[in-house]
Design a protein around this ligand. Structure first.
Ligand SMILES: Nc1ncnc2c1ncn2[C@@H]1O[C@H](COP(=O)(O)OP(=O)(O)OP(=O)(O)O)[C@@H](O)[C@H]1O
Length: 338
């Protein structure tokens, strides 16, 4: 049974590329080496995941680890060789083509790295395009598209054509276009990786801001661990088609489950991922202390401690709930605490 807050679930999901993959997978009984020896490509190997409503779920892994294949399976753009995909409790693999088209059009949004804006349409027309496909009336389309263009910071550019925009601006149009249909589940496959680092960071900030307003359920793919820890509520780390660990950024860094995850996360400063909640001693907060939310990271509290504070007060939903001491922070940074 799915928990009520789990919106997308996959169980024992496999994608094997090559001839007679289904029969070969049954015969191999999950032994990927046997499949490889037969010249088949087991791109996704027995993956189990569940994405919770309203979270940013990042799938992270190096090139060829199976991220894109997994995401295509989750949206059923390609058929799995074996396994299950459930969306809001519905088995997507038994949905008819018509039903799948309806789900993709109305409930799922997708942004890819090299998505195509339609070159002969303006920004506004591009953003309104999926609404036209849905059959939304022209005036309502234009109104909604205008809102989305403003949301991604491109107000004033509605009449421009894609060729007149920078790469970052084009990517914003792609984001606006995928949001126009108000998707419940939003897939983003390396949406920022073609952009230069400064623009990329700007779009990440923008994305965090958007999500704090929209609370979408998001599956976000990246091969960049820094991007993953900036954005994710949880991260699934993939290697050779297998999910090595699925956890919060903090847990991945502090408690890596495999050597691979340890190697991947070893260089990340703990202060960037550990949240103040972890170091907090609950209790009344002394008067005069600087206050920070429990979701903030230790790095974000750095300036307060560098400014000489011995402790800071911690809030939860705006109410003071405890204290983090300078000592706890030093212990963490020197390898002790947490
Ligand atoms: N249509 C296909 N036919 C055969 N093999 C494929 C096909 N699509 C993907 N693969 C293989 O599956 C494996 C996983 O590919 P996938 O594109 O999912 O990786 P990825 O992690 O998304 O990589 P990247 O970050 O480079 O996009 C790779 O070995 C790839 O060559």
């Amino acid at each position: 049974m799915a928990e009520p807050d789990e919106t997308l679930i996959c169980r024992e999901l496999w994608k094997v590329f090559g001839a007679h993959a289904g029969a070969a997978l049954s015969a191999a009984q999950g032994d990927a080496d046997r499949l490889l020896a037969q010249g088949l490509v087991p791109a996704v190997r027995g993956v189990n995941l569940s994405v919770r409503r309203g979270e940013i779920f990042v799938i992270m892994g190096l090139s060829g680890s199976g991220k894109s294949t997994l995401v295509r399976l989750l949206s059923r753009l390609i058929e799995p060789t074996a396994g299950e995909v459930l969306f809001n409790g519905q088995n997507l693999l038994t949905a008819s083509d018509a039903e799948m088209t309806r789900i993709r059009r109305h409930k799922m949004g997708m942004v890819f790295q090299h998505f195509a804006l339609l070159p002969h349409l303006t920004v506004l027309e591009n953003v309104a395009f999926p609404l036209a496909v849905q059959g939304v009336a022209a005036d309502r389309r234009a109104e909604r598209a205008r809102e989305m263009v403003a949301l991604v910071g491109l107000a004033g550019r509605e009449g421009s054509y894609p060729r007149q925009l920078s790469g970052g601006q084009q990517q914003r149009v792609g984001i606006a276009r995928s949001l126009a249909v108000e998707p419940e589940l939003w897939f983003l496959d390396e949406p920022f990786s073609a952009l230069d680092p400064l623009i990329r960071r700007e779009l990440q900030d923008e994305f965090i801001r958007l999500q704090s307003r929209l609370h979408k359920t998001i599956v976000f793919i990246t091969h960049d661990f820094d991007e993953a820890i900036r954005l994710a509520d949880r991260i699934a780390i993939m290697k050779d088609g297998v999910v090595e660990q699925c956890d919060t950024p903090e847990a991945l860094v502090l408690r890596p489950a495999t050597e691979y995850v340890r190697a991947f996360t070893g260089a990340v400063p703990k202060a960037k991922v550990v949240r103040l909640a972890r170091l907090m001693i609950p209790g009344p907060v002394a008067e005069g202390l600087a206050l920070m939310p429990d979701r903030a990271t230790v790095a974000e509290a750095g300036p307060a401690f560098l400014g000489g504070a011995e402790a800071i007060g911690i809030t939860q939903d705006g109410l003071p709930v405890g204290t983090v001491s300078r000592r706890a922070v030093i212990d963490l940074l020197l390898g002790g605490g947490a």
